[in-house]
Design a protein around this ligand. Structure first.
Ligand SMILES: Nc1ncnc2c1ncn2[C@@H]1O[C@H](COP(=O)(O)OP(=O)(O)OP(=O)(O)O)[C@@H](O)[C@H]1O
Ligand SMILES: [Mg+2]
Length: 349
């Protein structure tokens, strides 16, 4: 399979001052699935199109296995792109849609029929080959689009928000199916999404792009445990931030001094801790603050609390049943585990 290298890739659309994607560099190891994650308009589709050969870069390079592919025709690159809106051929049957790539390659009909059968089996649609696209549900059409891409055994699979038109249940099902097939076939895959949870569940690594610029490239856990900036922490649902000073693993703020060994070593800092990492406790102690519960939302599997602590408000995810012990207005002690606090440099944001 293909090792993908992207070197300082930039795209400036004609007449635009700001590049849609600015000096993106990324290594995707052979057989891995990487999510390109970011909000609408950050440059995800632009990047995918350049890799697929549908759009010419302004500068920079793209290499498959250390060979630049910029001068190679799109259909010879061995990359296939699956678009958000599937783009199935409406007048062809499902089997003809899936077999299209092989027909273009002049493969004999018996082989095409066999491979189409295998592909429809793989995406769990074995009996629908004779139908037309409009006779299929959105989720089924999505699976046909995937089968049509996979049948040519691409070196690189480019999936542009393939799940965004599906309801929650189908999304989960398709997400698992894509991961299963991708791992089974070992295809290097780039998967575009603006959903951080989807990115975390699916991928080996996430490339977070904000406003055309790569912000962080790490395995999913890195974004939750050690985001590189406040904007990244925000994007991943981090909401608790306290400014202060970091020195030798101790973080001092208007809420006192905490043990906080992770993050910057010294200087002006921004301590962050995720709502689900804060623990409600019964006794004062190291890294414990006391506050008042100002709101309480029961979500079924858990409860969301807002707790005023001094001049700060902490968001806390607690056990669903916590409301039986602590109602709105009650005083509560919060333990901020030292190993869960992450101290960012402050001046940057
Ligand atoms: N053909 C074009 N000409 C000029 N600007 C464009 C063109 N295509 C896209 N853009 C701009 O480039 C930026 C990136 O667009 P792109 O389609 O790559 O975003 P995206 O991350 O895929 O967003 P979404 O999640 O909404 O699909 C946007 O500001 C967009 O308006
Ligand atoms: Mg897009």
């Amino acid at each position: 399979m293909t090792h993908l290298s992207i070197n300082a890739l930039t795209k400036r659309y004609p007449g635009e001052e700001k590049p849609a994607i600015d000096s993106l560099s990324l290594e995707v190891e052979s057989g891995k699935l990487v999510a390109l994650l970011g909000p609408s308009g950050c440059g995800k589709t632009t990047t995918m199109k350049m890799i697929a050969g549908l759009l010419e870069p302004t500068s920079g390079d793209i290499l498959f296995d250390n060979q630049s592919i910029l001068n190679i025709a799109p259909e010879k690159r061995g990359a296939v792109m699956v678009f958000q809106n599937y783009l199935l051929f409406p007048y062809m049957t499902i089997a003809q849609n899936v077999g299209y790539g092989l027909k273009m390659r002049k493969v004999d009909q018996a082989t095409i029929d066999r491979r189409v059968g295998e592909m429809l089996e793989l995406v769990k649609l074995p009996s629908l080959g004779d139908r037309r696209p409009k006779e299929l549900s959105g989720g089924q059409q999505q699976r046909v689009a995937l089968a049509r891409a996979l049948i040519v055994q691409p070196n690189l699979l480019l999936l542009d928000e393939p799940l965004s038109n599906l309801d929650a249940h189908l999304r989960f099902e398709m997400r698992d199916l894509i991961r299963e097939i991708q791992q089974e076939m070992g295809i290097t895959t780039l998967f575009v999404t603006h959903d951080q949870e989807e990115a975390a569940v699916l991928s080996d690594k996430i490339a977070l792009i904000l406003d055309g610029t790569l912000q962080q490239y790490d395995p999913p856990m890195g974004f939750y445990e050690s985001p590189k900036s406040r904007a990244i922490a925000d994007f991943f649902g981090g909401v608790n931030f306290v400014t202060g000073t970091q020195d030798k693993g101790r973080f001092t703020s208007d809420l006192g001094a905490w043990s906080a060994p992770r993050g910057i070593e010294a200087g002006s800092g921004l301590a962050t801790i995720r709502p689900e990492d804060i623990e409600i406790c019964e006794a004062p102690g190291e890294n414990v603050v006391s506050g008042n519960i100002v709101s309480h939302v029961y979500v079924g599997t858990h409860s969301r609390l807002k707790v005023d602590v001094g001049a700060h408000q902490f968001h806390v995810v607690a056990d669903a049943g916590i409301i039986k012990t602590y109602g709105t207005g009650s005083t509560v002690m919060l333990h901020l585990p030292a190993e869960k606090i992450w101290v960012l440099p402050h001046a940057k944001d």
